[in-house]
Structures are given as structure tokens and as C-alpha cells.
Design a protein around this ligand. Structure first.
Ligand code: HEC
Ligand code: HEC
Length: 217
């Protein structure tokens, strides 16, 4: 036992030294390593296209969504099936630590191999909206490079299947949000597909040199 105590103390000192050497990288919370990573990956790059990448997502947005899952305010089918249970017992402090961790990671790589016609049509929607269908320019809120800010999410490099599923859920109001449900109320399935392909194709500035992920079509 004595040896164990000494080893533990030595470990704590080493840990303190290495943590102080890299103050800008928060330690991965144990819950993320043990549980969340099974779907969202250790580094916030998820393992399947219906599971969102969380890496570099805006911190305030992550906090808001985890509270929405916990309080059953985000109630689309996948939110209920996958995230209500996961977020049910999280305290505000744990939510803050998780959001700090994921928001500090490098952003997801772009998706390659997407249909160029879809990407081009989606770019036009993102930049100009579709006034005939009352669809606003997405970049007005999500930013020129779709990096988001505060409670407006980053969309650049996100999985296209996840994006399209969310837009359909906002449209059907299964995932209800005043702003987004109104924005997409008159979007067609085709427009949703195109804008999702465009967003998936975007490289975030600091991810530009990283390898792309394969098209998940
Ligand atoms: C079994 C797989 C699974 C596990 C484990 C899991 N998630 Fe999720 N998570 C999902 C799915 C699926 C969604 C998308 C829900 C939807 O479509 O509304 C999601 C969505 C999210 C979102 C919303 C992201 C966004 O862009 O809106 C956050 C934040 C999140 N999860 C955090 C966590 C955290 C933190 C944990 C661990 C406590 C966790 N997840 C564990 C599957 C999982
Ligand atoms: C007036 C501001 C505004 C505009 C314009 C806007 N959005 Fe959003 N968007 C938001 C906000 C705020 C949220 C967070 C909603 C929530 O909390 O559930 C959001 C969420 C989203 C999400 C969910 C992302 C995730 O990780 O789950 C997607 C996808 C999205 N927007 C796509 C779009 C697209 C595509 C357009 C253009 C057709 C668009 N948005 C236009 C404000 C806006």
C-alpha cells in the first residue's frame, strides 16, 4: 500500500507538470473517455455519419444542447433514442467541462468525393438563401466559413447525413427551434441535400491540411 501511495503521489506530480506544460488543452473528462467516445470519438470525430462530430464545436452551443437533451427540450427521434439517457444525470459543472474539452479540439476534416453539382447548388443557398421559398442566407448567422459562434453551431465539415437529418427534423418540428424551424419551413428535400453536401465539403481554416474523410453517401 505504501508503494502504491508513493507511486500515486509521483503520478500526480508528473500529471501536474505535464498539465502545466500544455495549459491550453483541457484534460479529457473521464466520462468522455469511457462513454461519449464510443460514438463521438476520443477527439470528437464521430464513428458514424448520423453521430455528429463535436470537435471544435462552439462551447456555448454544446452547453445549450446538452441541457436541451437533459431537459427533454430537444426531442427528435435520435435525440430521444441516443442522448436523453446520456445527458439525463449530467450536472451543469460536468456539462461545462465536456463542452470546454470538445470545443478546444481541432475541427473535423472536410468530406471528399461529394457530387460537385450538389455542392455548387448548396453553396448558392448558403450564401444567398432562396428568396422564392423564404429561405434566408445561412451565412448571415453561421458565418462566412460556417464556423458559427456562441449558441450558433459550427457546420463546416460536419457529416452530411447528420446535417440533413437535423434540417428535416427542424422542418417537421420534431426538433423544434423558433429560428431554424422557420428558416427551413419551405426548403425542399433537394435543397436540404444540396446545402448539407456543401457544408460537409467545407474545410475549416485550421483543418485545411488534414486528410479528408471519405464520402459517407
Ligand atoms: C450510442 C451513441 C452515443 C453516445 C454514447 C453519445 N452520443 Fe451524443 N449523440 C448521438 C447521436 C445519434 C446524436 C444526434 C442526435 C440527434 O440526431 O438529434 C448525438 C448528439 C450529441 C450532441 C449534439 C451535437 C450537435 O451538433 O447538436 C452533443 C453535444 C452530444 N451528443 C454529446 C454527447 C456526450 C457529452 C456524450 C457522453 C455523455 C454523448 N454524446 C454520448 C449519439 C451518442
Ligand atoms: C437567423 C439565424 C440563422 C440562420 C439565418 C440560419 N441558422 Fe441554422 N441555426 C441557428 C441557430 C440559433 C441554431 C441552433 C438551434 C438550436 O439551438 O437547436 C442553428 C442550428 C442549425 C443546425 C443544427 C446543427 C447541429 O449541429 O445540430 C443546422 C444543420 C443549421 N442550423 C443549418 C442552417 C442552414 C442550412 C441555414 C440556411 C438555409 C441556416 N442554418 C440558417 C441560426 C440560424
Amino acid at each position: 500500500m505504501k508503494t502504491l501511495a508513493i507511486l500515486t503521489a509521483a503520478g500526480a506530480v508528473l500529471f501536474a507538470i505535464s498539465a502545466s506544460a500544455q495549459p491550453s488543452v483541457p484534460v479529457e473528462p473521464a466520462l468522455v473517455a469511457n462513454t461519449c467516445s464510443q460514438c463521438h470519438g476520443d477527439r470528437g470525430l464521430s464513428i458514424a455519419p448520423l453521430f455528429p462530430d463535436l470537435a471544435a464545436q462552439d462551447k456555448d452551443y454544446l452547453v445549450a444542447q446538452l441541457k436541451n437533451f437533459r431537459d427533454h427540450k430537444r426531442s427528435d427521434q435520435h435525440a430521444q433514442a441516443y442522448m436523453w439517457g446520456m445527458a439525463g444525470d449530467l450536472t451543469d459543472d460536468t456539462i461545462d467541462a465536456i463542452a470546454t474539452y470538445f470545443s478546444s479540439l481541432p475541427p473535423p476534416p472536410r468530406t471528399s468525393g461529394l457530387d460537385p453539382a450538389e455542392v455548387a447548388a448548396g453553396k448558392a443557398i448558403f450564401e444567398n438563401g432562396v428568396s422564392a421559398d423564404n429561405v434566408p442566407a445561412c451565412k448571415a448567422c453561421h458565418g462566412d466559413s460556417a464556423a458559427g459562434s456562441a449558441t450558433i453551431p459550427r457546420l463546416a465539415g460536419q457529416h452530411r447525413e447528420y446535417l440533413a437529418t437535423q434540417l428535416l427534423a427542424f422542418r417537421s418540428k420534431q426538433r423544434y427551434n423558433d429560428i431554424m424551424s422557420a428558416n427551413v419551413a419551405q426548403m425542399t428535400d433537394e435543397q436540404i441535400r444540396d446545402v448539407s453536401s456543401y457544408l460537409a465539403s467545407l474545410a475549416s481554416p485550421s483543418a485545411a491540411t488534414e486528410p479528408s474523410k471519405a464520402d459517407g453517401k
